[in-house]
Design a binder for this molecule. Sequence first.
Ligand code: BGC
Length: 278
Amino acid sequence: MGEAEKGVTTALHVKARFEKPAEYPERFPVPDDLVGWEIPYAGYAPPYYVSPVVLQNDSSRNPAGWADPEGVALVAELPAESFSGVIRFDSAGRPLNPAGRTGIAGRGLLGKWGPNFAADPIITRINHHEQRVEMLAVQRRDNGQWAIPGGMVDRGEEVSRTLARELQEETGVVLDMGEGVFVYQGYVDDPRNTDNAWMETTAKHLHLDHGLAERMDLQAGDDARAVRWLPLSAESIRGLYASHCALVSSALAGLGRDEHSTLSKRDRGIVESLLKML
Ligand code: BGC
């Protein structure tokens, strides 16, 4: 992995052990020193949970569904590998979370056994009137938090296509994400993760020219309550959804290095003063 990605990978997942969506049962306690599957944890008895929404979306029964069947043996193409490497399975044939125990078995709210792939388009601009860096952000309907306008990769879809599609669906903005700078690809410490189902994402960053960004019409899509150019500060970045804080910080660090010399001296100064506060 390159320098840009290092800050994102959580050696010890935290949200996947200490947070959860309201409908999940309490997570079985997993202390820091008992996270890895290779460490024996006598008495580990996580509750099993699969959301009714996931069961209703079983694609083997409902052609429009986005979820795997509940019986793991019925899954036609269970992946052997993910961005986190070769997947391990338990004695029942269920994939094991590459970051270790989470205190919940089953799939929870995630449709796929094993990795559930998302794509995160990070779009930034410099607001010259306010002298600040801003990010195209959506307010999520599920929890009201501001977030990168990302979403799930459809079956068989190329990630570059997902990046552009989600951006358009959630914000109304059409951009070629092929031009974006690669920020991160791998495991996400997400509150929905379980022992057998987890999030992985691909994040790319596109920094827009002020003039182009000014002309764009923003329109909140289905999953978004609102869309805006969110002013970036230590506080607003910390308040972002799931591990978007780490993804955005990593994208900004890359922008600060300005490897492609795309920033004017003035813009560079604005980016640098934001980076100093992070
Ligand atoms: C979101 C992505 C996020 C991923 C992992 C998806 O639901 O749309 O933005 O990175 O979950 O948390």
